[in-house]
Design a protein around this ligand. Structure first.
Ligand code: ADP
Length: 634
């Protein structure tokens, strides 16, 4: 035992304590994953060393034979993992094995419910890594030395996982990290060659680095045991370089968990080898669940980049657009230089053509998922639909393809779920319908009952119902799909084109003529509140609605801008009334101009309320309404 110096005891960050507690109590059903997590870290550490050694070959002092060794001691009840990767300095150890650096962790922890089943899902989406050692161990020792530091600057980290840990400086002859797990009494089954071998085969076969176990030898009594021999138990070749036909689904899935820091299987993947002008392999995955930090700006995203099998960087962001930031995967290029940097990636024209090819691969993969596995696609849409909706604005070239992947709630589907595709919509369009009709609003309940839908209901025309915050903005980027234009039914003068018969149109013109007088009276009464007053052809049950001007901001965009403190250009709605509604008929016959004015304002305010807007002067509305009610009741 080497001498320890500068020993200190430090407390875990609160989030680590919570994570440890949770892990110990909720991941009991799948304990063996601790080995996968630790091997995954060791493999990353070797990748990092290989990369740094490209520019500093001296880091490979003492051997370039990179590997992971797993051993055990039945009597002592320990399992030991050793790698000769990049290692950690004292500061690294304190930072990495005492805190969680991920942004948003505290928020994430607040979401934990205390319900172990639910929480174990959450924790899977968070990724547990090193701390999973405490699922099976009641004490963990880590000995590490950062490559390039002298042997005297090794570090020993030790903890029982209960709130604090010790660090001390120790001598460590080889670079890299050795982790000793002191197994809990009930977990000593892991101190066994067969058990370890099975777990490694099951979860870590895809690790590109040899994982070695001590060779099992029978030693007869009285004979001396031979010097320790090791054997490689995994396949030890980069998964993405192997032919697709030879790779089992389970291997793809386990590899995903390694690179995605995820506990769950992915929904889909796409593995490709590109040859010709550019040469690269790519393996792209769609996760089953959104990570907790999907909407955080600084959250990690991007692919793992390799150049000629050598790991170069995590989170290479330049290979996919932002709206596909949930995709996980690997790209291994033969064309890029080994000393490529983030800055170079941003400018390199090779990257641009790879980016458009990879983007297309992802969109194709999603199309295939939607077509072949609608249930899975539904789940994809729930998790990532909102992000995909950013696509049409960001990726002009693929607008039509992305539009085809969108799913909407619709009057043609009572579930209220976002499940209707534009292709579904067009397939059941009415004879002569050459537009795609939609309505945006606050909530499904509100738009579903909107007066704007009355004429559509009467004529049996389907309308898409869009209620996500991003929707109005999204629709401002979509002009058509499959040659059919989009029409916001709350906007402008509704023209149903061929869906209105010639008789309909003639009748509408006649009514408009007939009501010219009423239009003028209403204009005078409503004054500045409206930009226009006209007879409506879209109402059957409601007396009036407010339509938005063709070029004006919709309610949703206005509310978003206002909430962000921006000045919103003033726009006035168009007041449309239903000439055959009894209230309007009554209004038309009203002799007192005073009463006419009150009445008109009430109808205007009601129309605003029905559209989900708030009233500018609610007290005036109540006063006018009460006045009428009093007159009614006498
Ligand atoms: P993650 O791997 O998701 O970052 P972990 O908790 O598993 O989270 O590990 C935290 C950090 O500790 C790693 O990012 C890495 O910097 C460091 N680390 C863990 N294991 C090793 C190892 N075997 N060698 C070097 N560094 C390691």
């Amino acid at each position: 035992m080497s001498v320890e110096s500068q020993k200190e005891t430090l407390g875990f960050q609160t989030e680590v304590k919570q994570l440890l507690h949770l892990m110990i109590h909720s991941l009991y059903s799948n304990k063996e994953i601790f080995l996968r997590e630790l091997i995954s870290n060791a493999s990353d550490a070797v990748d990092k060393l290989r990369f740094e050694a490209l520019s500093k070959p001296e880091l490979l002092e003492g051997g370039a034979d990179l590997k992971i060794r797993v051993s055990f001691d039945k009597d002592a009840g320990t399992v030991t993992l050793e790698d000769n990767g990049i290692g950690m300095s004292r500061e690294d150890v304190i930072a990495h094995l005492g805190t969680i650096a991920k942004s948003g962790t505290a928020d994430f922890m607040k979401n934990l419910t205390g319900d172990q089943k639910k929480d174990s899902h959450l924790i899977g989406q968070f990724g547990v890594g090193f701390y999973s050692a405490f699922i099976v161990a009641d004490k963990v020792d880590v000995f590490s030395r950062r490559a390039g530091l002298p042997a005297a600057e090794g570090v020993h980290w030790s903890s029982k996982g209960e709130g604090d840990f010790e660090v001390a400086t120790v001598e460590k002859a080889e670079r890299g990290t050795r982790i000793v797990l002191h197994l809990k009494k009930d977990e000593t089954e892991f101190a066994d060659g067969w058990r370890l071998r099975n777990v490694i085969k099951k979860y870590s076969d895809h690790i590109a680095l040899p994982i070695e176990l001590p060779k099992q030898v029978e030693v007869a009594e009285g004979e001396e045991a031979p010097a320790e021999e090791w054997e490689t138990v995994n396949r030890a070749s980069a998964l993405w370089t192997r032919p697709r036909t030879e790779i089992k689904d389970e291997e793809y899935q386990e590899f995903y968990k390694h690179i995605g820091h995820d506990f769950e299987n992915p929904l889909a993947w796409s593995h490709n080898k590109v040859e010709g002008k550019l040469e690269y392999n790519s393996l792209l995955y769609v996760p089953a669940r959104a990570p907790f930090d999907l909407y955080q700006r600084e959250a990690p995203r991007g692919l793992k980049l390799y150049v000629q099998r050598v790991f170069i960087m995590d989170q290479a962001e330049s290979f996919l657009p932002l709206y596909l930031r949930f995709i996980k995967g690997v790209v291994d290029s033969n064309d890029l230089s080994l000393n490529v940097s983030r800055e170079i990636l941003q400018k390199d024209p090779i990257i641009d053509s790879m980016k458009s090819a990879l983007t297309k691969r992802v969109l194709d993969m999603l199309e295939k998922l939607a077509k072949n596995e609608p249930e899975q696609y539904k789940s994809f849409w729930k998790n990532f639909g909102q992000v995909l909706k950013e696509g049409p604005a960001e990726d002009f070239a693929n607008k039509e393809k992305i539009a085809g992947l969108l799913r909407f709630a619709s009057t043609g589907d009572d579930s209220g779920e976002q499940s209707v595709s534009l292709a579904d919509y067009l397939a059941r369009a009415k004879e002569g319908q050459d537009k795609i009709y939609f309505l945006t609003g606050e909530s499904y309940a509100q738009v579903k009952n909107s007066p704007h839908l009355e004429v559509f209901r009467k004529k049996g025309i389907e309308v898409l119902l869009l209620t996500d915050r991003i929707d109005e903005w999204l629709m401002s980027y979509l002009s058509d799909f499959d040659g059919k234009g989009f029409v916001d039914v709350a906007r402008g003068d509704l023209d149903l084109g061929k869906l209105d018969s010639d008789e309909d149109k003639k009748a509408q013109e006649e009514v408009a003529k007939d009501k010219e007088g009423l239009v003028e009276r209403l204009k005078a009464a409503l004054g500045d509140s409206v930009s226009e007053v006209r007879v409506s052809h879209r109402l059957t049950d409601s007396p009036a609605i407010l339509a938005i001007g063709e070029q004006d901001l919709g309610l949703q965009m206005r509310q978003i801008l206002e909430a962000s403190g921006q000045k919103v250009p003033d726009s006035k709605p168009i007041f449309e009334f239903n000439p055959s509604h009894p209230l309007i008929e009554k209004l038309d016959h009203e002799q007192s101009e005073d009463r006419f004015a009150d009445f008109s304002h009430i109808l205007f305010d009601q129309a605003a309320l029905a559209a989900g807007d708030s009233l500018k002067d609610p007290a005036a509305y109540v006063r006018r309404l009460n006045k009428l009610l009093v007159e009614l009741s006498v």
